[in-house]
Design a protein around this ligand. Structure first.
Ligand code: NAD
Length: 291
């Protein structure tokens, strides 16, 4: 099986490396990043794509995806699986899928969760949108790069699942952090707070698996001075995508909107840029009701 891999950044590089390590022939292309060990360096998108049975993209945003797809789709032969693993807006995902389908390709939008650690370990989760046939063809590739792939329906539905999940995550992380900050002011010990909430109706992934309070619960970025992990910047990106999608679909998402505004302020006006998204806790800790 031969693979073209476009976009070899923090996520793409280890993902492409895992495919090569599994014995697949991988040709990689990036405008800046070097190819990882075992991956052949292509000099252009077209050179990477010509003759590949599967094309994978892992790019920063929808605009870049559209540009890369405009070059990659004409170079691919009919029947090629075209898998985009980037997190992008639903509209771009659906537009690229329509172009790919018109060229006889099998498009799948398959954003991931699991971060750079999951990419390196080959334990990502893929949320996939596309036809049954396209998903079936891409599944063995997902199995190498990840531990789980969920078929969420037609084109764009992988992106839809990703931004809905991350909207919940952003909102619950904020709720968890503001509750810890309130507990502090009420004189409630953080360990007691964790022991109660993690086993009561306030539990969530944010509390139980990624506790934002250092020294409490499982090991998480809060125990590493809030180094990401999952950065506040990437959370802001995903929340913005959720609000773009909500606006386009006419959906009422007041909590998603509030979370987007809080992360925007945290990243753009405060000290959130480059920190883990759970660093909302020291942010709330340092503020009072009036500030
Ligand atoms: P990154 O910026 O490290 O990598 C993107 C790569 O794309 C860069 O190396 C860049 O040079 C390359 N690129 C840009 N334009 C290109 C072009 N025209 N042709 C070829 N290459 C081009 O970003 P990342 O952290 O690897 O994330 C990639 C995607 O995965 C994003 O959509 C992000 O939202 C998503 N994601 C990231 C994480 C994470 O923890 N980093 C987790 C889940 C999802």
């Amino acid at each position: 099986m031969s693979i073209a891999f476009i976009g070899l950044g923090n996520m793409g590089s280890p993902m492409a490396g895992n495919l090569a390590a599994a014995g697949l022939e991988v040709r990689g292309f990036d405008i800046v990043a070097p190819v990882p060990d075992g991956v052949f360096a292509a000099v252009s998108i077209a050179e990477a794509v010509i003759g590949a049975e599967t094309v994978i993209t892992m790019l920063p945003d929808g605009r870049t995806l559209r540009t890369v797809a405009a070059e990659a789709i004409p170079a691919a032969s009919a029947g090629t699986c075209f898998v985009d693993c980037s997190t992008v807006d639903v509209e771009s995902a659906r537009a690229v899928a329509a172009d790919a389908e018109a060229a006889g390709l099998l498009p799948v939008d398959a954003p991931v969760s699991g971060g750079t650690g999951g990419a390196a370990a080959g334990t990502l989760t893929f949320m996939a949108g596309g036809s049954e046939l396209a998903f079936r063809k891409a599944k063995p590739i997902f199995d190498i790069m990840g531990q789980k792939a969920v078929h969420c329906g037609g084109p764009g539905n992988g992106q839809a699942a990703k931004i809905c999940n991350n909207m919940i995550l952003g909102v619950t992380m904020i709720a968890t952090c503001e509750a810890f900050a309130l507990a502090d002011r009420l004189g409630l010990d953080r360990k007691a707070m964790f022991d109660v909430v993690s086993t009561s109706s306030g539990y969530s992934w944010s509390m139980n698996a990624y506790c934002p309070a250092p020294g409490i619960g499982p090991n998480s970025p809060s125990d590493n001075d809030y180094r990401p992990g999952f950065s506040a910047d990437l959370m802001l990106k995903d929340l913005r995508l959720s609000q773009l999608a909500a606006a386009a679909a006419g959906a009422d998402t007041p909590m998603g909107m509030a979370a987007t505004e809080l992360y925007r302020s945290f990243v753009e006006n405060e000290d959130g840029a480059g920190r883990d998204f759970s660093a909302m806790l020291p942010r709330f800790e340092a503020r009072s009701r009036e500030s």
